[in-house]
Design a protein around this ligand. Structure first.
Ligand SMILES: NC(=O)C1=CN([C@@H]2O[C@H](COP(=O)(O)OP(=O)(O)OC[C@H]3O[C@@H](n4cnc5c(N)ncnc54)[C@H](OP(=O)(O)O)[C@@H]3O)[C@@H](O)[C@H]2O)C=CC1
Ligand SMILES: O=C(CO)COP(=O)(O)O
Length: 338
């Protein structure tokens, strides 16, 4: 069945998901706050800042008017970085209430809010009145926008406390190259997808310093342990971290040159400053901000996370990476299962 779907956020991920949904036959409105970007998307079917050389479907409509995008949409998908999701969700809530409309709300954001430590779905629940949302679903998992754009085989997770909503999302997105699994543990799915970005930065740092595959495997495996520990302390199901939103997303981000988090780490490992890395990337590096939130959360709940704490010290306290690595390797010896 054809649905009207609003996709909010025309960066790399929002625009590629909108394109996929449009090619799946839905009536898709892609909202951007940048009028110039809207014009180029509608006239030339391109999004040069975010997806160089990619041609979007001619059936996709871009708009700068959020109300126009949302009006009559059964589904609203928010694909905005964590730093902007509260502001955009608040606008969505206001518009839905004004229209007296109830929609299924999805998000594709991977991070934790600064200061509040809230997950994206918690922010949506606070900003969009309950009467105007039928449910909240997180779509997350190993999925570089560049790979989805070229129709590479991709499998991700739709997670919702009410799994029936996640199942609705499966039907909207599934096609012959994009497959969605459902999960009822939205807490675990959001923790896994937020925290993997920190480990991806660490993996990039190691590569930038010349370390190779053994180091990467050690970091990913022990990093996953820390992700799981913090997630479980905040109510996640440990099983979720073995799935697509856990180890799956960790693999794709911590091993790929397509990952902005990995690339940021790689440049840091080669000696570039964090400010220069952020400026040159021109796209969001979620892990930089999530590192701060995760470190503070681990302190609050007394969860031991030596790797994430080390990455925090490198990013925020200008710690010497070689000294940090030495400290990690010389920690007290212990059982793998502790
Ligand atoms: N790229 C990917 O492969 C994937 C990304 N994700 C996640 O999706 C989320 C979005 O990432 P992505 O699309 O890659 O990010 P990008 O940096 O590519 O694009 C971000 C987009 O959001 C817009 N934006 C940011 N803040 C606001 C705001 N307050 N109001 C309106 N628009 C805003 C930006 O506008 P402007 O151009 O004006 O800055 C830009 O269009 C992130 O959490 C990311 O981790 C998840 C899976 C895959
Ligand atoms: O989440 C992603 C892939 O699943 C994208 O990761 P980056 O933001 O590091 O590019």
């Amino acid at each position: 069945m054809t649905e009207k779907i609003a996709v909010l956020g025309a960066g790399s991920w929002g625009s590629v998901l909108a394109n996929l949904l449009s090619e799946n036959g839905h009536d898709v409105y892609l909202w951007s706050h940048n009028p110039e970007q809207v014009n180029i998307l509608n006239d030339q079917h391109e999004n040069p800042k975010y997806m160089k050389d990619f041609k979007y479907s001619t059936t996709l409509t871009a708009t700068g008017d959020m109300e126009d995008a949302i009006k009559g949409a059964s589904v609203v998908l928010i694909a905005i970085p964590t730093g902007g999701i509260r502001e955009v969700s608040n606008k969505v809530g206001t518009i839905l209430a004004k229209l007296n409309q109830t929609s299924l709300v999805l998000h594709a954001t991977k991070g934790l809010e600064q200061v509040t430590y809230k997950r994206p779905s918690e922010i949506l629940a606070e900003e969009i009145p309950a009467a105007n949302r039928r449910g909240i679903v997180a779509i997350t998992g190993p999925s570089h926008a560049e790979d989805v754009a070229r129709k590479d085989l991709t499998a991700i997770t739709a997670a919702s406390a009410d799994e029936s909503h996640a199942k609705e999302v499966q039907v909207l997105f599934n096609n012959d190259y994009f497959r969605i699994y459902s999960n009822d543990d939205i807490v675990g799915a959001e923790f896994g997808s937020a925290l993997k970005n920190i480990i991806a930065i660490g993996s990039g740092i190691l590569s930038g310093m010349g370390y190779r595959d053994n180091a990467k495997a050690a970091l990913i495996t022990r990093g996953l342990n820390e992700i799981k520990r913090l997630g479980v302390a905040y109510g996640a199901n440990p099983f979720t971290f073995s799935g697509l939103s856990g180890v799956g997303d960790l693999i794709v981000t911590a091993t790929s040159v397509n990952s902005r988090n990995w690339r940021a780490g790689n440049q840091l490992g080669q000696g570039k400053s964090l400010d220069d890395v952020i400026e040159d990337m021109g796209m969001v590096i979620e892990g930089v901000y999530t590192t701060k939130a995760a470190y503070e959360m681990s302190q609050e709940r007394h969860v031991e996370m030596p790797i994430i704490e080390s990455i925090y010290k490198v990013l925020y306290e200008n710690a010497d990476v070689k000294v940090i690595i030495n400290g990690l390797m010389q920690r007290h010896i212990r059982s793998e299962r502790d």
